[in-house]
Design a protein around this ligand. Structure first.
Ligand SMILES: NC(=O)C1=CN([C@@H]2O[C@H](COP(=O)(O)OP(=O)(O)OC[C@H]3O[C@@H](n4cnc5c(N)ncnc54)[C@H](O)[C@@H]3O)[C@@H](O)[C@H]2O)C=CC1
Ligand SMILES: CC(=O)C(=O)O
Ligand SMILES: [Mg+2]
Length: 599
């Protein structure tokens, strides 16, 4: 086909196919589509209604996931309209818990053919890293819009949620996270790039699965891993200057190494370490306000000391140092950690991996605790944080002891492992065992709990990094700081705690309601950008002008109130992408994308 023919075809694909039954009559005529589309000329709301009905008619969550995945490829605008208008219902279908189920069977549910010109993302093998530039170029060519991605979520599938090594099947996670970026924080979906490093898997089940879609080899050694991952990151950095890289679900043994090496070399962050730290600190600040004891009297027991446990602990320690004015040793003394070998101490007789050394207790004398129960009796915690991947680790006995050990304070219990099949306890169990006194947040949303005697309904908190990563990403994409500092993340946590509405606070909720996520993300991103400018790490003149103008001297990180902050917030909001509200708007946008000179 001639170039002119190609271009016409592309226009029809972009404008026509995606407007679908909403395409006006004149346009059907002009694009030679008359007779090829059903007669009725609909609006987007009607299309959305039909899509929602079809979604709800599916009998399993996995079928719903598949329906949504296909819709995302066929009609981006409709997909995001549907998602935004039914956020609470649909997030669990595209994210945890259903995305976990989808990843487990990704090689089996993979559609035969993704529609022309709708790349799912990049699948990069070890061999591909020898010609990585051409692989990236293939991706660029495959995209309908000639614009560079501004954000990538990249995994090697080695620790997908709490489900372990899923190899290439982990691709569902970057896809799901990036869908949330667009829905929750207004990142343009056409500029998001999911990547899986298909460097092999140590999962024997997949290696023996005839339908497994990835490389059938064991994972490489550390040297080869870092070399190959480094090539990919450098090539991305070169091809798309300013691209934000989110590391996701790398096993803990590589998560810290990658972040430490790349943190100041390219714009990046690790969601499991830093995003989770941000979000849990935000909820924890809200929880300690309600706990009924002075914050510095908290005794915090972590169950799980992997990338997420360490990331969360680090940000909580920083909070006690910077906001509660404790010395570093005093702040650290408030924390105890249990891993699969028991309480982490410096004299329990094993060699601790690097990331656990700072977590070890030195004051335990000859006491060692082999189990969570023993640690509970030894520490007598006021707060219990689960990032262990062990379903039911917070047994009824443990939950009841938390109630008994805290007669004066409300116990904080955060079972944060994902998906819900890995959660340390359920909301219902935590409520029953603590006489409804628990301050609760879980990684995957639990249903509301109705007290059988009083019929009062209680809403659980969701402590999932989805409250933070979209905002960190939006803030970083907008202002492009040289690197992402701890204090920028701290500002995001503070803004998250501050973002609760008076109603949410009065109801004792630890996080804002999920339906408000776009407003919340905008506030958090504004706090991020403001902090980045304050730290002199932003070069873009636009943001220097917006933020520096009239910045009060006593600006408190994470406080989004006052005229100054509202100005920054207003600017952030105007730059957030959203699906077109009407077919007319959609067509204008589509034509502008195809031919910017036509405007
Ligand atoms: N809520 C959220 O936003 C997030 C939740 N997560 C969840 O956190 C979990 C952990 O993630 P990572 O830290 O990266 O994994 P990891 O595998 O590195 O860490 C797990 C930790 O739990 C410990 N553990 C295992 N069995 C145990 C047992 N029986 N008793 C006590 N400790 C035990 C391990 O020793 C290790 O320290 C996953 O389920 C993940 O989905 C991770 C990031 C964000
Ligand atoms: C939420 C998330 O990032 C995780 O569970 O790994
Ligand atoms: Mg993760």
């Amino acid at each position: 086909m001639s170039e002119a023919g190609d271009s016409r075809r592309n226009s029809i694909e972009l404008i026509g196919a995606k407007a679908g039954t909403a395409m006006p009559a004149e346009m059907r005529q002009a694009l030679h589509l008359r007779g090829l589309i059903p007669t009725s000329i609909e609006n987007f709301s009607k299309q959305e209604l039909r899509a929602y009905q079809q979604l709800m008619s599916k009998s399993t969550n996995l079928e719903k996931y598949q329906f949504l995945a296909t819709l995302r490829c066929l009609n981006v605008n409709l997909f995001f309209r549907l998602l935004l208008n039914h956020f609470r219902d649909i997030v669990p279908l595209i994210y945890t818990p259903t995305v976990g189920e989808a990843c487990l069977s990704y090689s089996h549910i993979y559609p035969f053919l993704y529609p022309f010109r709708t790349s799912v993302g990049l699948f990069i093998t070890l061999d591909d890293t020898d010609c990585i530039d051409s692989v990236i170029e293939n991706y660029r060519r495959s995209m309908p819009d000639p614009i560079d991605p501004e954000i990538t979520v990249i995994t090697d599938g080695s620790r997908i949620l709490g489900l372990g090594d899923l190899g290439i099947n982990g691709m569902g996670i970057p896809i799901g996270k990036l869908q949330l970026y667009s829905a929750a924080a207004g990142l343009n979906p056409g500029r998001t790039l999911p990547i899986v490093l298909d460097f092999g898997t140590n999962n024997e089940r997949y290696l023996n699965d005839p339908l497994y879609l990835g490389t059938r080899e064991h994972r490489p050694d550390d040297k080869r891993f870092y070399e190959a991952a480094g090539r990919v990151i450098s090539a991305l950095h070169y091809a798309f200057p300013g691209l934000l890289i989110q590391f996701e679900d790398f096993s803990t043994e590589h998560a810290f190494g990658l972040l430490d090496y790349w943190r100041k070399r390219t714009l990046c962050f690790n969601d499991d370490i830093q995003g989770t730290g941000c979000v849990i600190l935000g909820g924890f600040i809200s929880a300690i306000e309600l706990a009924g004891i002075p914050p510095r009297d908290q005794r915090i027991l972590f169950v799980g000391a992997g990338s997420a446990g360490v990331g969360v602990a680090k940000q909580l320690v920083d909070y006690f140092i910077h906001e509660q004015k404790l010395s570093e040793p005093d702040a650290q003394a408030m924390f105890w950690f249990v891993d699969s070998h028991g309480l982490i101490t410096n004299n329990r007789g094993d060699t601790l991996p690097h990331h656990k050394v700072d977590l070890a207790r030195h004051d335990n004398g000859s006491t060692q605790c082999a189990t969570i129960e023993e640690a509970l009796e030894y520490v007598k915690p006021t707060a219990l944080i689960g990032l262990s991947t062990v379903h039911g680790a917070f047994s009824e006995r443990i939950l009841t002891r938390m109630h008994e050990l805290n007669p004066q304070a409300r116990p904080i219990i955060f079972p944060l492992s994902n998906p819900e099949t890995k959660a340390e306890c359920s909301f219902e169990d935590a409520m029953r065992c603590t006489n409804n006194r628990v301050l609760f947040a879980s990684g995957t949303a639990f249903p509301e709990y109705t007290d059988p005697e009083t019929c009062q309904v209680y809403v659980p908190g969701q402590g999932n990094n989805m409250y933070a990563f979209p905002a960190i990403g939006l803030g970083a994409v907008l202002c492009k700081p040289s690197w992402i500092t701890d204090t920028m993340l701290f500002a995001v946590s503070k803004a998250l705690a501050n973002s609760r509405s008076p109603d949410e606070k009065a109801a004792g909720e630890l996080y804002p309601r999920i339906e408000r996520i776009r407003d919340v993300s905008a506030e958090l991103a504004a706090a991020f950008v403001t902090q980045a400018v304050r730290e002199n790490l932003v070069k873009e003149k636009h943001w220097l002008d917006v933020v520096s103008a009239n910045m009060p001297e006593n600006m408190v990180p994470g406080h989004i109130d006052g005229l100054f902050s509202r100005r920054v917030l207003g600017e952030v909001k105007t730059l957030m992408w959203k699906p077109a509200a009407s077919v007319e708007q959609y067509i204008v946008e589509a034509i502008t994308t195809i031919n910017p000179d036509d405007t």
